[in-house]
Design a protein around this ligand. Structure first.
Ligand code: ATP
Length: 287
C-alpha cells in the first residue's frame, strides 16, 4: 500500500496515477496522471465532454477510480468552488448568511476572506442582486474562509465578461500567492488560460498533452516600451492536437494509424509549444 504524501514535504497534495473511470462499458477518462502541489496552479482544459469534471471528481474523491489510484495528502483540506449554485432568487439571503450557511465562521475570518477577494463592502448585499463576477468572488470567499490547502474551481469564468475574466484570473493568481494553496482550475476555453498557470493538462478522454502556458502579449519591444505593467495576466495556450478521436472511441493519428486509445507514451503526443516572451506570474508580481 502506498504511503500517503505528507503536507510537510514537497510531495503533492493530490496525485492521480494512471487514473481512469469506466461507466457503462466506456472509459470516460483513462491514463490520467495529475499532481497538485502547494502554491501550484494546474488548469484542466478540453472540449465539452472531455472528462474535466470527471477528473476533478476523481481528484476530490467524489468518485473512485476504476483503475489507477488517487492519493490525498494527510490533513488535506479542499475548498471547492462550484460552477454555480442554485439559489431561489426570491429567497432573502445575504452574502454574510451564504458564507455561514454550512457552518459558523468567526467574524474576522469571514471579513478576511471577503477582503481577500475584494468584496468586503458587499457583506450585507442580497445574493439575488450580485453580478456574475461578484457571485464568483462570494463563492471563492466561502471556500477560502475554511482555510483550504487545495482549491478546486470549476469553470470560474462562466458568465463573466472579458474584463471580469481578466480580474478573476488576477484574483486566482493572488490567492495562490497569498495563501500558498494549490489550485486546480477547470476550463473548457482552449485559448485563454492564466499566465500564472504552472501546468495545463489538455483532456480529451485522456491527457492529450500538457505543458506550461506562454504569455501572449510579451514581445520584448512591447515590454521595453511599457514595462512589466503592460503584461496581461491572460496567456495563449497553443493547441497542437496531432490526432482525432473517432466516434467509436478509437484514435486516428496524423500518420494514418488507428489505435483503440492513445496515451502520452505512444509517440503521438508532444508537449505544447509556448509563445515567445514567456513570463511566469511570479515575475509579474515582483514587477
Ligand atoms: N455517471 C456517468 N455515467 C455515464 N457517463 C457519464 C457519467 N458522468 C459523465 N459521463 C460522460 O462522461 C463524459 C465526460 O463528462 P465530463 O462531465 O467529465 O466532461 P467535461 O469535460 O467536464 O464536459 P463539459 O465541458 O461539458 O462540462 C461525457 O460524455 C459525459 O456524458
Amino acid at each position: 500500500m502506498c504511503a500517503k504524501p505528507s503536507l510537510h514535504n514537497k510531495e503533492p497534495l493530490i496525485a492521480l496515477n494512471n487514473a481512469g473511470v469506466c461507466r457503462d462499458g466506456r472509459w470516460l477518462v483513462r491514463n490520467v496522471d495529475l499532481t497538485i502541489s502547494s502554491g501550484e496552479i494546474v488548469t484542466l482544459i478540453g472540449p465539452n465532454g472531455a472528462g474535466k469534471s470527471t477528473t476533478a471528481k476523481l481528484a476530490l474523491h467524489i468518485i473512485r477510480p476504476d483503475e489507477g489510484e488517487v492519493i490525498h495528502a494527510r490533513d488535506l483540506r479542499i475548498g471547492y468552488v462550484p460552477q454555480k449554485i442554485h439559489i431561489d432568487r426570491t429567497m432573502p439571503l445575504t452574502v454574510e448568511r451564504l458564507m455561514t450557511l454550512t457552518g459558523p465562521l468567526k467574524r474576522d475570518e469571514l471579513m478576511a476572506a471577503l477582503e481577500l477577494v475584494g468584496i468586503s463592502h458587499l457583506i450585507h448585499a442580497e445574493i439575488a442582486h450580485l453580478s456574475g463576477g461578484e457571485m464568483q468572488r462570494t463563492l471563492m470567499a466561502r471556500a477560502i474562509a475554511r482555510k483550504p490547502n487545495v482549491m478546486v474551481l470549476d469553470e470560474p469564468m462562466q458568465g463573466i465578461d472579458f474584463s471580469g475574466e481578466s480580474d478573476l484570473y488576477g484574483l486566482i493568481a493572488r490567492l495562490r500567492d497569498e495563501t500558498g494553496c494549490g489550485i486546480l482550475l477547470i476550463s473548457h476555453d482552449l485559448h485563454m488560460v492564466m499566465a500564472a498557470t504552472d501546468r495545463v493538462l489538455c483532456l480529451n478522454g485522456h491527457v492529450c498533452c500538457s505543458g506550461s502556458p506562454g504569455v501572449v502579449s510579451a514581445s520584448p519591444e512591447y515590454m521595453a516600451l511599457f514595462g512589466s505593467r503592460a503584461a496581461s495576466p491572460l496567456a495563449l495556450y497553443q493547441h497542437n492536437h496531432d490526432h482525432t478521436h473517432l466516434p467509436d472511441g478509437r484514435v486516428l493519428h496524423a500518420d494514418g494509424t488507428v489505435t483503440d486509445h492513445c496515451h502520452k507514451h505512444d509517440g503521438h503526443h508532444h508537449e505544447h509549444e509556448h509563445g515567445t516572451g514567456l513570463r511566469h506570474h511570479g515575475d509579474l508580481n515582483r514587477a
